[in-house]
Design a protein. Sequence first.
Length: 151
Amino acid sequence: MDKKERLVAAIENGTVIDHIPAEKTFQVATLLGIQSLEAPITIGNNFASRKVGKKGIIKVSDKFFTDDEISRLSVIAPNVVLNIIRDYEVVEKKTVVTPDELRGIVRCNNPKCITNNEPMTTLFHVVNKQLRTLKCHYCDKEQNMEDVTLV
């Protein structure tokens, strides 16, 4: 595709988060803390996509996310692609990898869990990456990543 034909303006340096399911675009932005960045940010949503039907795209100038920040996305958008841009060219593509544990990202769905009753950080172990199953470190309740609430 010619650079001049893009739906959203090209960036010189930074990260383009692509193939976000349209209904998850703003959750991805929130999870990455994009609203607190000073850099120019472009968020597009409901673009046609052969992969996911309708997709969102987020472009962040002069920001390169850490592997830890990227792994947080596995909870809500496991198939996004991050394109690392330098001098208007894609120099690296990163895919989201589900980490072995999730700390302070999702809420336990057990109302009796200590994390819902005391001021403390949640911790989940990913017990099955294919089935996307999490287990609370504190109460052992299992839940599917599709059904989680973000902290």
